[in-house]
Write a protein that binds this ligand. Structure first.
Ligand SMILES: Cc1cc2nc3c(=O)[nH]c(=O)nc-3n(C[C@H](O)[C@H](O)[C@H](O)COP(=O)(O)OP(=O)(O)OC[C@H]3O[C@@H](n4cnc5c(N)ncnc54)[C@H](O)[C@@H]3O)c2cc1C
Ligand SMILES: NC(=O)c1ccc[n+]([C@@H]2O[C@H](COP(=O)([O-])OP(=O)(O)OC[C@H]3O[C@@H](n4cnc5c(N)ncnc54)[C@H](O)[C@@H]3O)[C@@H](O)[C@H]2O)c1
Length: 476
């Protein structure tokens, strides 16, 4: 095996989004790059995360009017076929062949670090100058006494179900629970979400309220601020006993209570790589770990767990590693929960906003596109400072994720509401919500006593100019 005798410039561990982007970046810069993946390249996003969940949501959305007409949900087998088709369409981009075509050498197996500069995959030794750890994470689980494990699924195993669950209990209220809960309810399952907190605890409370209402409209039962204490499993399903004294019957229980990083067993202690209390790899803003020759990106770090972030951070890490650059990651992180309506957010929410910051909100009852499509139950909200600098945004509505990119750029570049207000937006579009929120902010600033005095002075001067006797007047 050629790998055994060569020192690689960058050893990439993990073939998910972070690993693939990091490896392609390094190879593109001319570095000798080896990627080791223990299972299949593509990672969580392709096989069990973004791609299947967004396809399921789309299938569920199309099912809603059909169910209203026929009273019947679509065949679950047809939904599954659609999911597999989407995965198969996207898979070639993340394949071993695509990596090799980009100049990356790929090895299959579980890697363990043996010493600085030395790793092993099965009985093969690898020598490396630097490494990028991109081993991702796995669904967190909790043991519920009395619950038969064969009735429990996670975001990794739910895609193996060959029949739609009749009664689906979901433990959790984050993006996974909300997205999959809404989708399965629309596909005909009886869904109950059991949430220790309120749903979507990281989002603007008004956004969470809209999703709460939307889930209820789709028939999802919400049990918030409680959890399952124990269960009794029989042939006909599980009886779940809640902390609040109520009970719930379920055929299948989906655990969606967060994710744990895959750092155990990698041998990171031999490299002097520091982990936080949750087992995540700690990085600096250049994506360097406590060992300056070891880099990390993606869900294995303590950064928010998104595919776009995994890719961007891996690209920064790989470029810094192989070229010795000092590129920093951005702190501007957009996120979208793909429920119906979508919840899209970046930067500060109203809950994070400090003194002197204010929120500018346009309800979508005032956005003409939302009116024409009869989807007015959303809003666009900007969080701004006293000078109109945009610090964050939350948008709830159809295609909110698309409208968010403009505000993400504004936050990243320190733009103000005047910049957005002065940019022509096409009519009628959902991005009118953001535009109108910016215009409202500019108008209010123009209405401040200082600005009023300034405009009054200009107006006075203009009048005097225009009222000068005609022969001396030269209009401007
Ligand atoms: C249901 C669901 C929906 C999601 N939807 C979205 C979404 O819409 N948008 C979004 O931005 N994010 C979404 N995410 C999150 C997104 O999937 C992850 O943030 C992203 O995939 C993380 O990529 P990664 O490369 O860090 O890790 P992973 O994709 O987990 O890749 C890590 C890889 O490392 C391999 N590996 C681990 N240990 C070793 C070892 N010792 N040796 C060799 N290989 C190893 C694993 O086999 C795996 O292939 C979703 C997640 C879930 C679960
Ligand atoms: N659209 C997207 O970008 C998207 C979609 C899905 C997942 N993801 C990523 O995947 C990660 C994991 O998502 P997630 O939804 O599993 O986790 P999460 O950490 O976002 O939410 C966990 C939820 O589970 C609840 N919870 C925890 N323990 C509980 C218990 N014992 N009983 C009842 N409720 C409990 C919490 O109160 C919280 O509401 C997220 O951080 C997210 O970044 C992203």
């Amino acid at each position: 095996m050629s790998v055994k005798h060569r020192i690689v410039d960058l050893l990439v561990v993990g073939g998910g989004t972070a690993g693939i982007v990091g490896a392609k970046t390094a190879a593109g810069l001319g570095a000798r790059t080896l990627l080791v993946e223990q299972a299949r390249t593509g990672g969580d996003c392709l096989w069990t995360g973004c791609v299947p969940s967004k396809t399921l949501l789309s299938a569920a959305e199309h099912a809603t009017p059909v169910r209203a007409l026929t009273g019947q949900p679509p065949e679950f087998a047809t939904v599954r076929e659609r999911i597999f088709a989407a995965i198969n369409t996207i898979a070639p981009v993340d394949s071993v062949a695509a990596l090799e075509a980009s100049g990356v050498e790929v090895l299959t197996g579980a890697l363990v670090f043996r010493a600085p500069g030395v790793a092993e995959v099965d009985d093969r030794q690898i020598r490396f100058r630097q490494a990028l750890i991109a081993t991702g994470g796995a669904p967190a689980t909790t043991v519920i006494p009395g619950l038969d494990p064969s009735r429990v699924v996670t975001s990794e195993t739910i895609w193996d179900l060959d029949a739609r669950p009749g009664r689906l209990a979901i433990v959790g209220g984050g993006p996974i629970a909300c997205e999959l809960g809404q989708a399965f309810a629309r596909l005909g399952s009886q869904v109950t979400m059991v949430v220790r907190s309120g749903i979507l605890p990281k989002e603007d409370p008004d956004a969470a309220d809209l999703i709460r209402a939307s889930l209820a409209h789709d028939g999802v039962h919400l049990r918030e601020n409680t959890t399952i204490e124990h269960a009794l499993t029989t042939d006909t399903g599980s009886m779940l006993q809640m902390q609040d004294g109520t009970t719930l019957k379920a055929d299948t229980v989906l655990m969606a209570i967060g994710r744990v990083p895959r750092t155990a067993g990698l041998g990171l202690e031999r490299l002097g790589v520091t982990l936080d209390g949750g087992g995540h790899i700690v990085t600096d803003t250049r994506m360097r770990t406590s060992n300056p020759l070891i880099w990390a990106a993606g869900d294995v770090t303590a950064h928010p767990q998104f595919t776009h972030l995994a890719g961007v951070h891996a690209s920064v890490a790989a470029a810094n590693a192989v070229l010795g650059l000092k590129r920093q990651i951005s702190t501007t992180v957009p996120r979208v929960t793909f429920t119906s309506p979508e919840v899209a957010a970046v930067g500060l929410t109203t809950a994070d906003a400090g003194l002197g910051h204010r929120a500018r909100t346009v309800l979508h009852t005032h956005v003409d596109r939302a009116v024409t499509e009869d989807h007015t139950g959303g809003f666009s909200r900007l969080v701004v400072d006293r000078h109109g600098k945009i610090l964050g945004a939350t948008i709830v509505g159809p295609r909110a994720g698309e409208s968010l990119s403009e505000v993400t750029l504004a936050v990243q570049k320190g733009l103000t509401t005047s910049d957005i207000a002065g940019t022509t937006h096409p009519y009628p579009s959902y991005s009118d919500g953001v535009w109108n929120a910016a215009v409202a902010d500019v108008r209010e600033r123009l209405a401040s006593p200082l600005m009023r005095r300034a405009t009054a002075a200009l107006l006075w001067g203009r009048r005097r100019w225009l009222d000068r006797p005609a022969p001396h007047r030269r209009d401007r």
